[in-house]
Structures are given as C-alpha cells and as structure tokens.
Design a protein around this ligand. Structure first.
Ligand SMILES: CC(=O)N[C@H]1[C@@H](OP(=O)(O)OP(=O)(O)OC[C@H]2O[C@@H](n3ccc(=O)[nH]c3=O)[C@H](O)[C@@H]2O)O[C@H](CO)[C@@H](O)[C@@H]1O[C@H](C)C(=O)N[C@@H](C)C(=O)N[C@H](CCC(=O)O)C(=O)O
Ligand SMILES: Nc1ncnc2c1ncn2[C@@H]1O[C@H](COP(=O)(O)OP(=O)(O)OP(=O)(O)O)[C@@H](O)[C@H]1O
Ligand SMILES: N[C@H](CCC[C@H](N)C(=O)O)C(=O)O
Ligand SMILES: [Mg+2]
Length: 490
C-alpha cells in the first residue's frame, strides 16, 4: 500500500516523497524494508535513539515527537506521535471486524469482554475478545502478554480475526493502553465503563489522571454517534456519564441506578443468582449461573454492549442464562476432603478483593479463609488497603507472594501486613500458603485464593534477571486437596 494512500485515508498531508509501505513497527528490531517506524519516548527507552538504525533496516517513514534527524525516510512530527502512528496504521490493517466494542474500568474488563463474546456467540455472531486472557475465539486462545497489546499487534490481531470471519470483537482498554494510544484507529461502535478504584498509581500521578486516561475512551476512541454503556452504581459513574454526554455519545446506563437497564432485584442462590432486570418496559427474571454481585454487574454491562450494537433483547437475556465462568474469576478449583469449596479469583486491588469476598460470603456458613498477596513493581499504595480489606472481611487472612518481580517479597508482604489487624498470617511460599489454607478449612468454610486468577506463573526478578516459575492456583489447589485426601502432608 502507498504511503500517500494511507495519508489520504487518515486525512494527513504527506510530508515527503511517496513510498510503498509493507508494515508498521514500534521497535526498531522489527523494522524491515518498507516499514513505517514509530519512534516513541517510553518509560525506559527513547525510540528516537533508534531512528538511524530503523532507516538502515529499510524504514520508509518515521513518526516522532521532535525534529530528531530523519535522513533517508519521510518524517512525520506530531506532539502526540502515538496517535498519529495509529491513524496512519489503521487503514493498512484491513479488513476489520465490522462491530468493535471496548471496555474500560479498574476491575471487570476481562470478565466483561469475555461475557460479551459469549453472548454474541450464543446469539449467532462470530465473536472474539482481546484482553488479559489473550485473543479468544470460540475455539482458541492465544496470549499476547499484555491486557491491551501494543498498537501494531492490536491492529494485526483485528485484521487476522476479520480474515477468519470474525465479525464482532470486544476488547479491553486498559488505562495504559488508552494513554499510550495502543487501541486507536478502527471504528469503535460502543465503549463501556465498569468502575474506578485504586490501582496503577505508580503510573498515573493521581486518581484524577487515572480517570482522565480512562475517559479518553468516551472522549476520543468511541466513534461519533456511538454508545457509552455505563455501570451506574459506581461512585465515578456520574462523572463518566457527563463525559460521554459532553461528547454527544448515546448513553446507556446499567445497574440498580441504571435508567436503560435496571437491576431491580438480585437473589443469591446455590450455584448462581436470580436477577430481576427491567429493560425497554419489560421486567424479566434471569437465572444467572454465576455467583456474586460483581459478576452480575459484568454480565449486565456485557448484555448492554450487545444490545447497544443491535442485539435482540429476547435472545440476549436468554443467552445470559447460559453464561459460563470466566477463567480465574471466582472459578471453583477444588473441594477439600472436609467439604470446603476452594475458589480462585483474580482480585488484585482493594476493591476487587472486597468484591470477591462479598461474592462468596452468602455461601459461607463457617469461615472464609483468604490467601492473597500484592504484585511487585506495581502501585505500592494498594498493598496496605488490600491487607485491611482481607483482615476486616475474611475470617482468616493469609498473606503470601504474588509476582514479586524486582522487589524483595518479604518487604511487599510487610506492606500488606501493615494494613491487617493482628492475627493475619504470613506464609511467603504460595504453594505452602494454599496448602495451609486447605488444611485449615472445615465443612461450611470457603477458601478464596486471590490475585493470580488465570496466571500461569510466579514472576521473580526484573529485566535480564526476570524468570517465570510455572504456577497455576487452580492446579495447586487441586494438588493440595488431593494430598489432603490421601492423608499426606499438603
Ligand atoms: C509502562 C508500560 O506500559 N510500558 C509498555 C510500553 O513501554 P514504553 O512505551 O514505555 O517503552 P520503552 O520500553 O520505554 O521503549 C520506548 C520505545 O522504544 C522502542 N525501543 C526500545 C528498545 C530498543 O532497543 N528499540 C526500540 O525501538 C520500544 O519498542 C518503545 O516503542 O510499551 C511497550 C510496548 O508495547 C510495552 O511492552 C510496555 O509494557 C510493559 C512491559 C508493562 O509491564 N506494561 C504493563 C504495566 C501494562 O501495560 N499493563 C497494562 C494494564 C494492566 C491492567 O489493566 O491492570 C496492560 O494493558 O497490560
Ligand atoms: N464489576 C466489578 N466490580 C468490582 N470488582 C470486580 C468487578 N469485576 C471484577 N472484579 C474483581 O476484579 C478481578 C479482576 O477482574 P477482571 O479480570 O475482569 O478485571 P480487569 O479489569 O480485566 O483486570 P486487569 O486490570 O488486571 O486487566 C476479579 O477477579 C474480581 O475480584
Ligand atoms: N494487570 C494487572 C494484573 C495484576 C495481577 C497480579 N497478579 C500482579 O502481578 O500484581 C497488573 O499488571 O497490574
Ligand atoms: Mg483484564
């Protein structure tokens, strides 16, 4: 494809001679002849340092923020080079699935995109989701490593899915992804906001900045005349509604305070819950086969996205009855020989931990035992609040390791323990901590293993020294339950 054609589609002037474009790259090591190179300043490197190398490898154009010397290639300079790069790249990656929706919020993005994918599939669409779990279609899942992949991977994935016949894609818009313009370009029909609470304050300076990053979804990413589906019961919801209205989007609110889809009642049951939902003047009873208020919220927002993009209400609400557990989100992993169910959940924020404990509480007649930790090289300010939530809301809290990365695991645990009241236990080794929780559990108790969900490893070290030790909470819980049944030492 010609650079001039990409510029014309993106509405940009071509600032130099025309060239044939063969691809896009944001890492100079991936540049081949004909590539457009995005030279961005990052947290660790300045991509502009690699411009000459990229041109030597065949780059035909360079997008950057400053007048750094670009000799032998067309130079695009913009104060938001990542945005310009995405605008230029989008028309190259064709075809694009016809219906795209994006989900933002501190918690619930993965669950919501996955449930949206499930509902679309059940109502007859070829659907996929992209997010923390990777790229998921009906029959396959491929990991990308990040929640929101880099823009080149993202656009490439969309085109690949469209070529396979996928027409509907729901993807996660993390605040990092939004602020780094990783998910720009194609037309996004609807966006959803789930909630906002403390996380990532190592990357965003304040909650206001964190919220502003999320609101780029409604401010810029969702197409003109698109829809904003907003969970209405969060403390930040009203402000999200104001942003969406100011942009002129259609607003679709969901929740107990939702005006478009109202959750009138929610009754927890053994393996799920009964929801009474009012939509378009009709009241419906929906037996949702997932437990917990938070899963009801995510399922309703997912239904809202499908309805906002043309789904048939009868089919959509009927599909909700057949939703299946999202991997690592309140997933029942095992039952101890004493009869206590063991759940694995991805709660890694104070709010997430509170939501996961609240989801299980109605099902506990004895004690709720929680095993959890906090990640290294991530927001340190969430650690003590996580400790506080666990020790206040669970009966037994066991603090353990969760991806210490480049930090001293004992120091991370100490910060978590600062928030706990007396009585919280500390067992650094995660396998041992899970074993202790299962051994402690009696009939009527429930064990919650929080923080890693679907993750497949324990990340130790940083940079060159980083290693990922295989670890899966579900597998370990099963192994430990098995060992207890045999009467061995867990
Ligand atoms: C802080 C952060 O988000 N960093 C991401 C970001 O890096 P960056 O732009 O700061 O890049 P950098 O490493 O400083 O390099 C700058 C530029 O120089 C280029 N470069 C660099 C070296 C070189 O030799 N040649 C070269 O061309 C790089 O490709 C890059 O374009 O862009 C990189 C390329 O896409 C990502 O790999 C990297 O993710 C790091 C590994 C990461 O851990 N990110 C996490 C925090 C993250 O993004 N998480 C979110 C949120 C999860 C959630 O919702 O909770 C996610 O969406 O996954
Ligand atoms: N709507 C919600 N409200 C409160 N907590 C939630 C909600 N949805 C999920 N959670 C909690 O957050 C955890 C992570 O959920 P999920 O993976 O769907 O979120 P996410 O936004 O994709 O997270 P990440 O930022 O890591 O990508 C869940 O395991 C649960 O503990
Ligand atoms: N997307 C989140 C996941 C955190 C999961 C937890 N296991 C950890 O490692 O902190 C992050 O990268 O901050
Ligand atoms: Mg996610």
């Amino acid at each position: 494809m010609k650079l001039s054609a990409l510029c014309a589609t993106a509405g940009l002037a071509l600032p130099g001679p025309d060239a044939e474009v063969t691809g896009f790259a944001i890492d100079h090591r991936k540049v081949a002849p004909g590539t457009v190179f995005g030279a961005f300043k990052g947290a660790r490197f300045n991509g502009e340092d690699y411009i000459a190398d990229a041109i030597a490898s065949g780059a035909v154009a360079v997008v950057s923020a400053s007048e750094a010397p670009v000799e032998g290639a067309v130079s695009f300079v913009d104060s938001e080079p990542r945005r310009l790069f995405a605008q230029l790249a989008a028309p190259f990656y064709r075809p694009v699935p016809e219906t795209l929706v994006a989900v933002t919020g501190t918690n619930g993005k993965t669950s919501t995109v996955e449930l949206t994918r499930q509902i679309w599939n059940m109502v007859g669409e070829r659907a996929a989701s992209i997010g923390t779990l990777g790229v998921t279609t009906g029959d396959a899942r491929v990991s990308t490593g990040l929640t929101t992949p880099d823009v080149v991977t993202f656009l490439g994935n969309l085109a690949g899915l469209a070529r396979e016949g996928v027409s509907h894609v729901a993807y996660e818009a993390s605040s990092h992804g939004l602020s780094q313009y990783r998910i720009e370009g194609p037309r996004v029909a609807a966006g959803a906001f789930t909630n906002l609470s403390r996380d990532h304050l190592d990357y965003h300076a304040t909650m206001e900045e964190y919220f502003a990053a999320k609101m780029r979804l409604f401010g810029e990413v969702v197409a003109d005349a698109g829809t904003a589906v907003i969970w209405a019961d969060d403390v930040w919801s009203q402000r999200a509604i104001v942003h969406a209205r100011a942009r002129g989007l259609k607003v679709f609110t969901v929740g107990e305070q939702g005006e478009d889809m109202r959750l009138a009642a929610r009754t927890p049951g053994g393996l799920g819950q009964q929801l009474e939902v009012q939509y378009a003047g009709v009241s419906r009873m929906i037996p949702l086969p997932l437990i917990g208020a938070y899963q009801a919220a995510n399922a309703l927002v997912a239904a809202g996205l499908v309805l906002a993009t043309g789904g048939n209400a009868d089919l959509v609400f009927d599909a909700m009855k057949r939703l299946v557990t999202v991997r690592g989100r309140l997933e029942r992993a095992a039952i101890t020989p004493s009869g206590a169910p063991v759940y694995v959940d991805y709660a890694h924020t104070p709010d997430g931990l509170e939501a996961a404990i609240a989801a299980l509480r109605p099902h506990v007649s004895g004690r709720l035992i929680v095993v959890f930790g906090a990640g290294g090289d991530r927001d340190t300010g969430k650690r003590a609040p996580m400790g506080r939530v666990a020790s206040e809301l669970a009966d037994i809290a066991i603090v353990t390791d969760d991806n210490p990365r480049g930090e001293d695991p004992a120091a991370i645990r100490a910060m978590v323990l600062e928030g706990t009241q007396a009585g919280a236990r500390e067992i650094g080794d995660r396998r041992e901590a899970i074993g202790a929780a299962l051994a402690e559990a009696k009939g009527g108790d429930i064990v919650l293993i929080a923080g890693k969900g679907h993750e497949q490893g324990q990340i130790i070290g940083r940079g060159e020294a980083m290693r990922v030790l295989p670890f899966d909470d579900v597998d370990v819980a099963r192994e430990m339950a098995g060992a207890l049944a045999k009467g061995g030492d867990a």
